[in-house]
Design a protein around this ligand. Sequence first.
Ligand code: NAD
Length: 284
Amino acid sequence: MSLSRMGVVGAGQMGRGIAQVLATAGLDVVLVDVDVAAAQRGLETLARALEGQVRKGKLDPDARDHIVARVCVGPDLASFGGVDMVIEAASENAALKQELFGRLDRICPPHAILASNTSSLSITALSAHTQRPDKVIGMHFMNPVPVMKLVEVIRGLPTSDDTYAAVAELAGVLGKTIVTSRDIPGFVVNRILMPLVNEACFALYEGIATAEDIDKGCVLGLNHPLGPLALMDLIGLDTTLAILEVLHRELGEDKYRPCPLLRQYVAAGWYGRKVGRGFFTYAG
Ligand code: NAD
C-alpha cells in the first residue's frame, strides 16, 4: 500500500482511536489538535489503552512500545507537509471542517488524500473547499474505533475511483469491514441510529420510564449491547445533537427533530462520558 505517513486532525475520542488503529497497522501518525494539550492527552490516553491490552496479555510490551513510538503530536496543521493522507476527526461542525479542509489542501502534498470522519456532513461540500475534490472522501469509523469493525466509506460527487480504492484498501489493512454510502446526510448508520436514540430521549422527556428502564428495555427487549441513552453518552450528547441538527436541517423531516431534553443537557454541558455526566454519571 502506498499510504504510510498519516495525519489525524482532532485528538478526541475518535481521533485518538483512529491514530491507535493506524499505528497498530504499522503506519506513522502525526496527531494534531487545535488544543495542543488535548493532543498530548490524546496520546497519553492511547498509551493507557494499549497498556490495558498488555495487562490482559493481548499485546506484548515491545509491540506496545513500537505502536506508541509511531504516533507523534504535531503543534499545528503545518506538521502535515509530508503526509500521504489525513483523516480529519475534529468536532462535528460544518464551518469548522470546511475551513480545515481548505487549510489542509494548502499544506498537504498534492498526492495526499483528505478524508473526514464526519458523522453526517456533506463530503461533497468539504471537497469544494479544496483544489483536489477527487481526493476527498468520507471515512466514518465507529466508536470505540479499536473495537468496532465497521467503517463507512462515503464518496462525494467528485471522489475518484482511485481515492475510493485506496481508502477501501486502507480499511482492509486496519482490519475493518466497509460499507459504501452515497453522500446523503447521516449516510447509512446514523440515518438509522439517530431517530432511535432521539426517540429514547423523547421517552425520557415525556416521563414514560426512567433512564435505567428505557435502556434496560432496549438491552433485554431488543438485544442491543448498550441502551440508547448510554450509547448517546458514549457518542457525546453534543455530537449527537449536532448530527440530528444536520439531518433535520438537510432532510427537512420532523422525525429528525432533536428532543428538547437533549438540547437542555447539551446547554448544561452534560455531554456524556467525556465529561463524566450525561443521562448517567461516570466516575473518573
Ligand atoms: P470530541 O469532542 O471527543 O473531540 C473533538 C476534538 O476536535 C477535540 O479534541 C477538539 O479540541 C478538536 N478540534 C476542534 N476544532 C479543531 C480544529 N479546528 N482543529 C483541530 N482540532 C480541533 O469529538 P469526537 O467524538 O472525537 O468526534 C470527532 C468527529 O468524529 C466528529 O466529526 C464526529 O461526528 C465524528 N464521529 C464521532 C463518533 C462518536 O461516537 N463520538 C463516531 C463516529 C464519528
